[in-house]
Design a protein around this ligand. Sequence first.
Ligand code: CNA
Length: 265
Amino acid sequence: MNIYFRIGNQNVNPLVIQAADLIKNAHKILIFTGAGLSTESGIPDFRSPGGIWDRYDPSEFYFDRFISSEASREKYWEMSTTYYQVMKKAQPNPAHLALKKLDDTGRLLAIVTQNIDHLHHQAGHSSDKIIEIHGTAFGVSCLTCGKQYNRDEIEARLSAGTRVPYCDDCSGILKPNTISFGQAMPEDKMEQSLFYAQQCDLCLALGSSLVVYPAASIPQQAVRNGAHLIIINRDETPLDPLADLVVHDSVSTCLDQIMDQVLAS
Ligand code: CNA
């Protein structure tokens, strides 16, 4: 059962007030975000009911299958195009905007995001504060020669009838610049994220099931180095027992209220 305090004209979860206190006492804050941050912008997550894995079989999209099977590539592009079109139209929601307000207080080290949707960029952070550890849906590259393509150029080919796009220069396999299961993580981004996890005194893990590794090792590393951890996620996560504070609620409502509390003092 959720119990709420009435503050002004808002019902405020008391955990929101505790989270605001932890933020007010922190100097170096690391934000770690997942797909749950963007569901209220209309982008489905993977694991919730109605999420992407309800509609597609994840085993179809392992990296080795993408490489070895034309049929798997065709399915992948069909799924990926559907979600790219949703992402292209999506706008930052109150959770993204609240994180920009937190950044403006000058205490944000970085945002490490598993999201590929560019909504943190759209919220106005400088891009050197955002580490997209699972890449971005807005670019495409050739897996053989590395040639980069604008996503919309490839989408135009697909809507003109191409089922699986290949590289103009070397006929190599094209893939969106996102990390699939079984694909190597970008080492520099993981290293940078773990560096910030060692530096921070507070980590907020937001809208993530925290089951995808090595990404989920980042908030764990922060705790190992003595940082406080706040988790805000609608459902329980395996890292809940590690956290100083866990809120199972809407991340946009909570973050909006938390920033109101932080900025009120
Ligand atoms: P996930 O495993 O689907 O978990 C999302 C979590 O968010 C779930 O535990 C939900 O309970 C929770 N949640 C959903 N909506 C809300 C909400 N409004 N408020 C609070 N909690 C909410 O997704 P993760 O990010 O943890 O998993 C990692 C995957 C998802 C990464 O590889 C991403 O690349 C991938 N992904 C990204 C996007 C995107 O860019 N928006 C969309 C779908 C998947």
